[in-house]
Design a protein around this ligand. Structure first.
Ligand code: BTN
Length: 325
């Protein structure tokens, strides 16, 4: 039996007795206990069990809800969204959207999940994806003009995510080339673009966004860089479904605009949010390390570095940028 009804019941954060849960699920109290244990082993969802009171998910869970997301979408986003799939547990939402691309599903397909078992980050990293805490979202979009038409797309995505965050009341968000979303140098969200199709013709892009919403310190202890979550930046409780809808409102519009006009309309905003401009940095590629002063980006979204008084441009690939100490 799936544990989802049990998670939903306990998501209110209140205590529920074993007999109440047994009645609700139509199983014995012993079977309830087994299911409670499975919540932790299968989903990483911890339940408190107190004699005389029953079971509780402390703090409750703000579960994803397709209907609430749809209702909070702007009219424009609704016209650009072709389908929204809300999953409980997947390996990676990007995998699902890439599979949909293979099946010929149209642009505007969106997939989100409560948990990813094999969440992917850039540079072969794992994207830590605990149940019900963050946002894991992938959008499929088709572009004409092959891979060249996609230059700057990951930067434009960063601009759209930062715009959504400011709309939900989180300010002080910055961008780090090519597409990290930071708050005071701590990572708040990451973007992973994956492509399939014809590199010279119609290209399918899956745009994956991972946004930390309410991840606990111990859940993120394996993350090897400094990170922060959205809820820690706000006093008022965030509504996860509203954040999903706000992200979609910005991202779907950005995708439409980008397919018509490329990166240029997003360039000024990217520069305004650029957290490394004018700083001494080291740019590391698989082949070399370059030291220089970050000078922002050009109209293709490539990084400009001043090295020995000359400006050199670096684009694409797997590049990391570190502040020189
Ligand atoms: C990064 O390394 O900064 C990129 C992280 C991207 C994570 C998101 S979560 C949704 C989508 N599915 C994945 O497996 N990865 C992306």
């Amino acid at each position: 039996m799936t544990s989802i009804p049990l998670i939903r019941k306990l998501s209110d954060g209140y205590f529920h007795s074993g007999s109440e849960l047994g009645e609700f699920l139509g199983v014995s109290r012993a079977a309830v206990w087994k299911q409670i244990q499975k919540l932790e082993t299968d989903y990483g969802v911890k339940c408190d069990s107190v004699k005389g009171k029953g079971y509780q998910i402390r703090g409750g869970l703000d579960l994803l809800n397709e209907e609430i997301i749809h209702l909070a979408l702007s009219h424009k986003a609704q016209t650009l969204l072709s389908n929204l799939d809300v999953h409980t547990v997947v390996d990676s939402t990007n995998d699902i959207a890439l599979e949909k691309a293979k099946q010929g599903v149209e642009s505007g397909y969106v997939c989100i999940a409560e948990k990813q078992n094999k969440g992917r980050g850039r540079r072969g990293r794992t994207w830590v994806s605990p149940f019900g805490k963050n946002i894991y979202m992938s959008i499929l979009w088709r572009f004409q003009g092959g891979a060249a038409a996609l230059e700057g797309l990951s930067l434009a995505t960063g601009v759209a995510v930062a715009g959504a965050l400011s709309k939900v009341g989180v300010n002080g968000v910055n961008l780090k080339w090519p597409n990290d979303i930071l708050h005071e140098r701590r990572k708040l969200a990451g973007i992973l673009l994956e492509m399939s199709g014809d590199a010279a013709g119609v290209c399918e892009v899956v745009l994956g966004v991972g946004l930390n919403i309410g991840m606990l310190r111990d859940e993120g202890e394996t993350i090897d860089q400094s990170w922060i979550d959205l809820q820690s930046l706000r006093e008022k409780k965030l509504d996860r479904n509203l954040v999903v809808a706000t992200l979609l409102n910005e991202l779907l519009l950005m995708l439409e605009e980008f397919s018509l006009r490329g990166f240029v309309p997003f360039m000024d905003e990217w520069s305004r949010l650029d957290s490394y401009r004018g700083k001494e940095v080291t740019l590391t590629t698989s082949k070399s390390s370059e030291h220089g002063i970050a000078m922002g980006v050009d109209q293709n979204g490539a990084l400009k570095l001043k090295i020995d008084e000359k400006v050199k441009v670096f684009s694409g690939g797997e590049v990391s940028l570190r502040l020189k100490r």
